[in-house]
Every structure is written in C-alpha cells, then in structure tokens.
Design a protein around this ligand. Structure first.
Ligand code: PAF
Length: 282
C-alpha cells in the first residue's frame, strides 16, 4: 500500500515507527514523473526496506517565475506511478511547512556549482541543496537515489551530503533514454513535436563525440567540435555549452581519458535540456 502524506507532522509519526535497523530508500522528485524516476524507485525498492518518494516543486531552484509556473504538475498520474513501483510513502509537503521561516536560509553549494548550469542559472544549485538538505532532515533516509542525467546536480548534492548528511549513501543511477536516445526528463513533455524531433540530436551529438574519441582522437576540443557539428545542423538548437569534465568531477579536461564525461545544455523552442555521456572504449 502507498500512503500519501502532505502534512509533515503525520509523516514524522510514520517515520518514528521505523525500526533503527531498517533501511529507508529516498527518491526526491519535483513530480511530472517518468520511467527515469520509476527506475530510481525500483532500485530503491530492491535495495531498501522502505521507500519514500517526495514530490515538491521547489521554487528556490527556478530562475524565473515563468519557468516555475510552466513546470508540469501531474499529481494524480505521479501517485499512480509511485503505487505501481511499490513505493511505501509519497511525501508532498506544502511550501510553508518546508520553509516556515522567511527569508529562507539558503545553503551555499560547493565550488562544483560554479560553471555550466550554475553559471547559466544563478542561484539554482543553492535552491537544490537547500531543499535536498531539508528533505534529508525530514525523511532521514539511509540511502538516496539520483539520476546521472543531472550530472552536475549529483556532484553538488554529493558534496553537500558529505558535509551535512554523512550517514546517507548517495546512489548515482544510469540515465534512462527514449527509443531514439533522448534522455528522459520531465521537461520533454513541454516540447512541441518539431522541438522533440530536434531534441533527438542531443544524444546523437554526444555519441558522435565519443566515437571520435574511440577512433583515437583524445583532444577534448575535437570531441566538443564533433558534438557541436551535429547540433549546429539544426538552427532551432541554441547551444548553451558543450564541455568535457574529468570522471566524477566538474573539472574541465584537455585530454580525454576513459570515464571522463561530455556534458551539454541546449535550449530548443524555449525549453532547456541537458544531457551527458561517459567516454568508454567500444
Ligand atoms: O532533480 C530534481 O528533480 C530536483 O532538482 C530535486 C533533486 C528533487 C530537488 O528539488
């Protein structure tokens, strides 16, 4: 049975009943759930005694009110998906319960937040770590599951968690993709049919960069140019950045080694999409 809590006091009664030796797998989300989220829930279900999913559209991490209000909200479908994935609890708190004090005391993210998404979306990662810290304090999970699609977010949350929630094990989960390779994202449903067609170029661009490296060219400039050449064929794609970072970090590399990661952000028809892939030998 899946129980929905919107009241934090009620949730804390439930949490208080969990025995000390039981593991709690936590999947924080902003709703608009898709198969990518389901795969996180299923992994938490396999690995933990209890599974909690939070659904909270966090205004602190949006740069504009317009982006926040456009964010898809699909509460009923989300609850059904959680039920079918065997989730024990869905926690969907109200803003005033999450952050009763005004102004909200924001947490400063680690230096990994500085470039890329952090540069293009000022304040975004401060909003992310502030809400994840608060959710970790409420849920007190033993394990938390995040998708690798949000590669920089994962790095920044890992740093925050190492500092403030050392007892929580963070699990990085593989990106789940559509049949044409597009990384699943809640934002995909905002794409018009033609923007959706263009978006399929993103994974192709990353794969092209990786095959260029597999063919023996280890320069990151060459890989970035290869990715850009695929994206630039479509004039509706605005490239925000394409870069290569060292495995597990946000440090830019000049020479690519196995497990380094190519990261990309584009805007298509006003919708910002990000993706990344690891360099692995064929
Ligand atoms: O990845 C997301 O959906 C959000 O950034 C998160 C981690 C739930 C924080 O609001």
């Amino acid at each position: 049975m899946t129980t929905l809590f919107t009241d934090l006091q009620q949730f804390s009664y439930w949490r208080g009943e969990i025995l000390k030796h039981e593991s709690i797998g936590f999947v924080p989300t902003m709703g608009a759930l898709h198969q990518g989220h389901v795969s996180l829930m299923q992994r938490a279900r396999r690995e933990c005694d209890r599974v909690v999913v939070s659904i909270y559209v966090n205004s602190l991490q949006f740069n504009s009110l317009d982006d926040f209000s456009k964010y898809p909200r699909t509460v009923d479908e989300d609850f059904e998906l959680c039920k079918s994935a065997g989730v024990d609890v869905v926690l969907s708190p109200l803003k005033d319960d999450m952050f009763p004090l005004h102004p909200v005391g924001l947490i400063t993210p680690s230096h990994d937040a500085e470039g890329f998404e952090g540069a293009d979306r000022p304040g975004h990662f401060s909003g992310v770590v502030t809400v994840v810290d608060r959710l970790f304090s409420i849920v007190q999970p033993t394990d938390a599951y995040f998708g690798l699609k949000d590669y920089q977010q994962l790095a920044v949350i890992n740093n925050m968690s190492n500092e403030l929630h050392r007892h929580v094990t963070i699990h990085a989960c593989e990106t789940i993709r559509e049949d044409d390779g597009l990384a699943m994202s809640s934002r995909n449903r905002l794409l018009s049919p033609s923007a959706r067609t263009s978006a399929a170029r993103i994974p192709l661009a990353l794969l092209h960069a990786i095959s260029c490296w597999q063919d023996g060219n280890s320069s990151s400039i060459a890989a970035i140019d290869a990715a850009r050449s695929v994206l630039e064929c479509d004039s509706t794609i605005e490239i925000q950045y394409v870069s290569v970072v060292a495995a597990g970090t946000m440090n830019i590399v000049d020479t690519i080694n196995q497990h380094d990661v190519i990261i990309v952000a584009v805007v298509i028809d006003g919708i910002r999409l990000i993706d990344n892939m690891k360099f692995i030998t064929a």
